[in-house]
Design a protein around this ligand. Structure first.
Ligand code: GDP
Ligand code: MN
Length: 400
């Protein structure tokens, strides 16, 4: 789960990590009031969307040459005018895709005088099974481009969970970023604070780009992108509350509401399967017969009729889906429950593409009977191989 920059900064602040002072605003008037409350001689008005590259982004509704999603201005009146220009409009950045994202929230910050822009991120490194730091002196730009052009400018190291964070890790960060003296000491404290925030809040990603050295020699996190491990959210109700559903895809929201494991893919065959292993096998066999799966979807062991209906709606909401394969092994799950769910879903959302259903296991005969007697155009299949062939053939026939 991702959160907005201003929310991420509030969390970092709680762990003693230096961030600029700021106030979130939903209207131009509130943005102006925020600037007055902050005081000072420069303000930054920042679009809050779950995507980076805002500074270099473009508002679709504004003329060519208009400013992007991060604007440095001088007065509260300018804050208001810029807020009015940004709110409600669509910001297109390298990370939003061509459709862009509507800006509904702003963050008004006191402006920082920047001396140097650096890069720091943290992630869970699967190769070492540890939390890793990635740092570079090349901040403020696209880090993938830096990694590609000058890989030697990216430094990575991980923290042994048995020792936890130690001053030596902070010294590594300081050294890689060329910070010494008091700035080096700030880097050590920052590294420790970030690590505590990351581990205590069960983050999966924390990216500070840029981490800046200000003209008055302070180390400040000027941007913050944070993602959380969804499987640990149950123990962080404060974090779960920060969720902004308007930033998420309908399919993902529904999937998490019904506790379904759903991952969208590029293919054309929608899959509904119980069990991750069977779901993987189903995707493989679809490929074997010459098509690509449109998604991974594991409805889990004890799916209810409601869950199956939700899963079906998610699959049919994907415009790339040309055919659907339901493959259920009734172990804990009963085939008649699945059949009822599928039929209920088809009745609710309609069926515009071929549907193949393969059921096996507990109550399989009742399940098949429910489907047969539904009068709906469902193609029954006997085993996985048969099911994959049938859906691929049906999709090809439809296209012909
Ligand atoms: P992103 O484009 O979505 O990554 O948004 P950032 O928060 O990283 O802002 C983009 C750029 O705006 C930064 O790299 C800075 O160069 C600039 N910027 C952000 N905040 C300030 C500020 O307080 N003062 C100044 N001078 N520039 C800022
Ligand atoms: Mn940034």
């Amino acid at each position: 789960m991702n959160i907005h920059e201003y929310q991420a900064k509030a969390i970092l602040k709680d762990f003693g990590v230096p961030v600029s002072r700021g106030v979130a605003a939903f209207t131009p008037e509130a943005a102006e009031a925020a600037a007055r409350a902050l005081g000072g001689i420069a303000f930054v008005v920042k679009a809050q969307i779950h995507a980076g590259g805002r500074g270099k982004g473009r508002f679709r509704e504004l003329p060519e040459g208009a400013k992007g999603g991060v604007r440095v201005v001088r007065t509260p009146a300018e804050v208001k005018a810029n807020a009015a220009e940004m709110l409600g409009n669509t910001l297109v950045t390298l990370q939003t895709g061509p459709e862009g994202k509507q800006v509904n929230r702003l963050y008004v910050e006191e402006g920082a005088l920047i001396d140097k822009e650096l890069y720091l991120s943290m992630l869970v490194d699967r190769a070492t099974s540890r939390v890793a730091f990635v740092v570079s002196t090349e901040g403020g730009m696209d880090i993938e481009a830096v990694a590609h052009a000058t890989p030697e400018k990216i430094h990575t190291f991980s923290v042994d969970p048995a020792t936890g964070i130690q001053p030596l890790h902070g010294h590594k960060v300081a050294q890689a970023l060329g910070l010494s003296g008091d700035l080096g000491r700030q880097a050590v404290a920052l590294t420790e604070g970030l690590y505590r925030a990351f581990t205590q809040k069960d983050m999966s990603l924390l990216e500070v780009n840029p981490l800046v050295v200000t003209k008055d020699a302070r180390l400040v996190c000027l941007d913050a992108k944070v993602g959380f491990d969804a499987n640990a959210l149950f123990r962080h109700s404060d974090v779960a509350q920060l969720r902004d559903e308007s930033e998420e895809d309908f399919k993902e929201i529904e999937a998490s509401r019904y506790d379904l494991s759903y991952i969208a893919l590029d293919g054309t065959i929608g899959c509904m399967v119980n069990g991750a292993g069977l779901a993987m096998a189903t995707m493989d066999i679809i490929k074997l017969y010459g098509r690509e799966p449109a998604n991974f979807l594991d409805v889990g062991g004890g799916a209810t009729k409601e869950k199956v209906t939700a899963a079906f709606k998610i699959i049919t909401a994907d415009p790339n889906v040309e055919g659907i394969l339901v493959n259920i092994f009734g172990g804990i799950m009963r085939c008649d429950v699945i059949a009822e769910g599928v039929i209920a879903a088809v009745r609710q959302v309609g069926l515009k593409v071929p549907l193949v259903v393969r059921l096996a296991g507990t109550n399989v005969d009742e399940g098949k009977k429910i489907i047969r007697e539904s009068g709906l155009n469902v193609i029954p299949a006997d085993d996985l191989d048969d099911a994959a062939q049938k859906i691929v053939t049906a999709v090809k026939k439809e296209a012909a």
